[in-house]
Design a binder for this molecule. Structure first.
Ligand code: NAD
Ligand code: DAU
Length: 339
């Protein structure tokens, strides 16, 4: 089995590459990644010498490069993680989101049509469903919830999802889609809530909570997401969408307080800053379908996962220090000064 994993130098993609190489020693895993600001080759250092692994630095929008790779590798399966993934950046500059998330997806699927594959899997997000009100804890996103997006990021992901379903219906491409809630764990890029707060707290810097901090996210340990995708590509039904989430809803402010407590830092570091434009209130996944059909259940409880994650950032400063000392500083100043 040969699998092309796009975006494998990013947060979830790299965890998926490790999971697959570890679990299936006879599979060939090809990582196709453009190495944008969010992609890190150092993340993949532990597998670079594995004879079943190949890294290819290319853009999923580059048709010629993508076709060449399909000709060389003749993949059985493609799992598309490659995306611009940060909501705040999409609010500043939507265009690259449309380029990579929509046109890149179409280019990959065109290659799948041309060369033939057994499965194209699209890694999507619960954000395509928009948000739920804070005062209706009885409501959850199911696979039937209408697409109703809020940000340029989520709109680009929703556009991609619609294209994936259209390629299935129109061309018979054997596709599946997964829509997961917020992930956390090792190799999470420092711009995102949990690593940002851990790293700022370690430096005794202000912890910038958007608005009231009452917005709710549904957190899942990254390994559980990877295991769910593994199940879907092997046992999922072609043409179907699967929601992935572990019923672990938390407010942002509670997450930040937990991080302060774990690191022994004072809550006085918490600083309420201007809210995100169009900020989604609450995400909450109903994972009944993937549980009933594929037997998936999350294995890592948040109380254990957050400890492991914080410890990982303490033990791996040589991973994140170079990231936050470069271009990231300009980004941080632009997004957070005068907010
Ligand atoms: P990330 O930003 O950490 O990584 C994205 C990777 O894609 C990077 O390695 C980057 O270099 C690569 N990439 C970007 N543009 C590319 C292009 N044009 N061609 C090739 N490679 C390109 O993202 P992540 O958090 O790991 O998310 C991965 C996927 O999972 C995304 O599709 C995202 O929408 C989805 N998702 C993320 C979460 C989450 O909580 N992080 C939850 C649900 C779904
Ligand atoms: O739900 C899945 C989505 O989760 C993925 O599709 C996205 O790719 C991923 O980035 C994530 O999106 P969010 O916008 O939920 O994640 P983020 O870490 O950016 O923010 C989480 C919450 O924390 C959100 O309510 C905004 C808030 N926040 C974020 C940052 C970076 C803050 O209050 N302060 C911050 O500095």
């Amino acid at each position: 089995m040969t699998i092309i994993v796009t975006g494998g130098a990013g947060f979830i993609g790299s965890n998926f590459v490790f999971h697959m190489l570890n679990k299936y020693p006879d599979y060939r895993i090809i990582c196709l990644d453009k190495l944008t600001y969010a992609g890190n080759l150092s993340t993949l250092a532990p597998v670079m010498d594995n004879p079943n692994f190949r890294f290819v630095k290319e853009d999923i929008c580059d048709r010629e490069a993508v076709y060449k790779l399909f000709e060389e590798e003749k993949p059985d399966v493609v799992v598309n993680f490659a995306a611009e993934s940060h909501v705040d950046r999409s609010i500043e500059n939507p265009e690259v989101f449309l380029q990579t998330n929509i046109l890149g997806t179409a280019t990959l699927m065109d290659a799948c049509r041309k060369y033939g594959i057994t499965r194209y899997h699209q890694v999507s997000t619960d954000e395509v469903y928009g948000d739920l009100p804070l005062d209706r804890p009885d409501l959850f996103f199911t696979e039937e919830t209408p697409i109703h997006t809020s940000s340029p990021y989520s709109s680009s992901k929703a556009g991609a999802d619609l294209l994936v379903l259209a390629y299935h219906r129109t061309y018979g491409l054997p596709v599946t889609i997964s829509r997961c809630s917020n992930n956390y764990g090792p190799y999470h890029f420092p711009e995102k809530l949990i690593p940002l707060m851990v790293i700022n707290a370690l430096h005794d810097k202000p912890l910038p909570v958007y608005g009231t901090g009452e917005n709710v996210r549904d957190w899942l340990y990254v390994e559980d997401h990877c295991k769910a995708i593994d199940l879907i590509i092997h046992k999922g039904t072609v043409g179907e969408v699967y929601n992935i989430g572990g019923h672990n809803e938390m407010t942002n402010i509670d997450i930040v307080k937990i991080i302060c407590k774990e690191l022994g830092k004072p809550e006085s570091l918490i600083t309420h800053v201007g809210d995100r434009k169009g900020h989604d209130q609450r995400y909450a996944i109903d994972p009944t379908k993937i549980h009933n059909e594929l037997g998936w259940l999350p294995e890592t409880m948040f109380k254990d996962g957050i400890k492991k994650t914080i410890q990982w950032y303490l033990d791996n400063q040589d991973w994140w220090e170079p990231i936050i000392s470069g271009e990231y500083q300009n980004y941080y100043d632009k997004m957070y000064s005068n907010r």
